[in-house]
Design a protein around this ligand. Structure first.
Ligand SMILES: NC(=O)c1ccc[n+]([C@@H]2O[C@H](COP(=O)([O-])OP(=O)(O)OC[C@H]3O[C@@H](n4cnc5c(N)ncnc54)[C@H](O)[C@@H]3O)[C@@H](O)[C@H]2O)c1
Ligand SMILES: CC(C)=CCC/C(C)=C/C=C/C(C)=C/C=C/C(C)=C/C=C/C=C(C)/C=C/C=C(C)/C=C/C=C(\C)CCC=C(C)C
Length: 599
């Protein structure tokens, strides 16, 4: 059985979990409450929530599907209800636009959905949630939900990650470190492992704060829109100049400026790899600033009832604002009208023959699926050829969802853990093991005395191609057994304590998430020019926009939500629903394209 074929969504309603105090300078966070107290509090809040009046996610996700009319022209026809597509729809609907989101699957969320088996609720993919803070401007999840009148109860995670690391010259037995929500505690623990790098560690992580503090002052909108940029430069010149000075920088350059120890540099590579799937040299510094600081500022927060509650709440909010989310709507073609340079996207055609017309079309599918599948390889614009030279598909994942007996977990286990046994194999298939146990934060996800345990590791579709059903099923179990055996080092008794297990492969991801080769997203084929290499939302086809992890800033739920904020803003300007500066707009975008073509 595959990872994401049947879903019974259901989640809690209720008020927001009490935020942890933030103070680094003024912005660092205290560690979360002890686990047991926290779990009891969650149960109590869930009980209270059943009678709560706070606007929150409603459980019946796909209930409103099926009613989107085909006889109107939408402001935007949005392909895909991943968090990129939904956040675009939410921002547009909140500004009074009429949109329709067309989703091939039966529920919203894409990589950020969840599914249920025998009383265990599992996240399909995403489980480490950034952007749920309630201060600043980088709390994109909170703000996106709020734009459609929703707010989810979340549980603060006291750590972002517990790393289990391989032996090295300074640590012949291997070593461990936890990224605490409390910034100073994390820095102190890391410094204890590398006392000779005390100053470098502080300087490097302080550099990330410069980026984050700048981002956290700006209103976050489309970087393709000059009026907004000019306003931001006018209101926050220092923040904008700081970001401008970092736009072309990668994290590796910055790391080597401050750190010399090769083992510590490998750790910085891993800090990047775990979310960007590439090492520090290929990871834009601006993205790193966002990830390495928001985990201490807004913190990592788990939505009670499961990650899939986020897209469900968004879909509800969008429909409540008079727009539409349509499931089992498989877009086969982007309809183009006109000829030559005049050709523009005017709608989409579904597999069942229905046509939805729009003033604009926004694709949340990957760029490969959008241009190969829905437009045609023969019509590939030059800019997309350039994209394919610069970016390739990241591997997919092998996913093992396990329902386990609670006593398998060592006392004090953290929700998110990473295991690397050999630095040389970190980036290889099956090299790094990722573990997520969200029931540690939200016990409502599974029966009492059990936990939901999701282990995953990078894997390529080629490892699974051309296999007959029986061989495919056998290989799935063999590979999963080998990974479970390796996990036993950290979780002794995992195999014996397994109640149920389901294995998903890159083929599963391709089939259910509709992502080319099941890929996690684009990764640079060569050193990128910081954030400048990745395309924004406009495409070379007039009227067609892309959103999601094929656009700046790339993979990550909060990242694709940012791309949704940017996309909605750009589309609304192009529709004349938000102010822009027409003459300057054209010149600015021509200049931006010229710079990016050379990037
Ligand atoms: N934080 C974590 O722990 C974690 C883990 C895994 C993934 N992620 C990230 O979550 C992010 C979510 O990304 P996203 O919004 O860009 O994409 P997505 O893949 O989540 O969503 C795309 C949606 O488009 C739909 N779709 C594709 N082709 C279609 C078609 N022809 N017709 C109709 N619908 C179609 C898919 O079914 C899917 O629902 C990704 O960046 C991923 O890397 C995060
Ligand atoms: C004109 C121009 C261009 C410029 C000028 C200057 C300026 C003003 C600039 C500005 C800029 C900006 C605004 C930017 C922004 C940015 C952003 C927002 C970014 C964001 C990012 C984010 C990210 C990247 C995120 C990510 C995350 C992720 C991916 C996560 C993941 C996770 C995982 C996978 C984990 C798992 C683990 C375990 C389970 C263990």
């Amino acid at each position: 059985m595959s990872t994401a074929c049947l879903v019974a969504p259901g989640l809690a309603a209720g008020g927001r979990a009490a935020p942890l105090p933030a103070t680094h300078g003024s912005q660092r966070c205290a560690p979360g409450a002890p686990r047991l107290r926290q779990a009891a509090a969650v149960r109590q809040r869930r009980r209270a929530a059943s009678g709560a009046t706070v606007a929150a996610a409603a459980p019946e996700a796909p209930a409103r599907s099926g009613g989107a009319p085909t006889d109107i022209e939408y402001d935007a026809v949005i392909i895909g209800s991943g968090m990129g597509g939904l956040s675009t729809a939410a921002q547009m609907a909140a500004k009074g636009a009429k949109v329709v989101v067309l989703e091939k699957y039966i529920i919203p969320g894409g990589s950020a959905a969840h599914f249920e088996r025998q009383g265990f609720k599992f996240d399909v993919g995403s489980s480490m949630m950034f952007g749920f803070g309630d201060q600043g401007t980088t709390n994109l999840m909170t703000r996106c939900l709020a734009s459609v009148g929703k707010r989810l109860e979340t549980v603060p995670d006291p750590t972002q990650i517990h790393y289990h690391l391989p032996p090295g010259p300074k640590h012949p037995q291997g070593w461990q470190v936890k990224v605490w929500r409390d910034y100073e505690r994390f820095i102190a623990d890391l410094t204890e492992k590398f006392p000779h790098e005390r100053e470098g560690i502080r300087k490097l992580y302080d550099e990330f704060w410069k980026v984050f503090n700048a981002l956290n002052t700006l209103e976050l909108k489309s970087l393709e829109e000059p009026r907004y940029l000019l306003e931001q430069f006018g209101q926050h010149p220092l923040a904008c100049l700081t970001l401008a000075s970092f736009v072309a920088t990668n994290t590796g350059d910055c790391a080597r400026k401050w750190i010399k120890d090769p083992e510590l540099l490998r750790f910085i590579d891993l800090e990047c790899f775990l979310w960007s799937t590439v090492n520090a040299d290929l990871t834009p510094l601006i993205n790193a600033g966002m990830v390495f600081c928001d985990r201490h500022y807004g913190g990592i927060n788990y939505p009670i009832g499961g990650v899939g509650g986020i897209p469900e709440a968004m879909a509800d909010g969008i429909t409540e604002l008079g727009s539409y989310v349509e499931y089992k709507a498989n877009v086969k073609e982007i309809v183009l009208e006109g000829s030559g340079e005049e050709q523009r996207a005017v709608g989409v055609r579904l597999a069942d023959g229905r046509v939805f017309r729009g003033k604009t079309v926004v694709s949340n599918a990957t760029r490969w699926d959008t241009f190969e599948g829905m437009i045609g390889e023969d019509k590939l614009p030059e800019s997309e050829k350039l994209f394919r030279n610069r970016y390739k598909k990241a591997p997919s994942f092998l996913s093992i969802h396990i329902g386990i007996k609670a006593d398998v977990l060592p006392p004090g286990s953290e929700c998110h853990q990473i295991i690397v046994e050999d630095w040389e194999k970190m980036e290889e298939s099956y090299g790094t093991l990722f573990v997520s146990i969200p029931s540690l934060l939200d016990p409502s996800l599974c029966p009492e005395g059990t936990h939901t345990f999701h282990a995953f590791t990078p894997d390529w579709i080629d490892n699974w191609s051309g296999k007959e059903r029986v061989d495919y099923e056998r290989k799935k179990e063999e590979v999963a057994d080998a990974i479970v055996a390796r996990l036993e080092r950290v979780f002794p008794g995992l195999k014996a304590g397994t109640i149920l297990r389901e294995v998903g492969t890159p083929r599963t991801h391709r089939r259910f998430l509709n992502r080319s080769d099941g890929s996690y997203g684009p990764i640079p084929s060569r050193r990128p020019l910081g954030m400048l290499s990745m395309p924004f939302n406009r495409t070379a086809v007039p009227g067609l926009y892309c959103v999601g992890d094929s656009t700046f800033p790339g993979q990550g739920v909060n990242a694709v939500v940012f791309s949704g904020f940017g996309c909605a803003h750009r589309v609304l300007c192009d529709l004349g629903k938000q102010p822009t500066l027409p003459g300057v707009d054209q010149a600015y975008n021509a200049m931006l394209n010229a710079v990016r073509d050379r990037a």
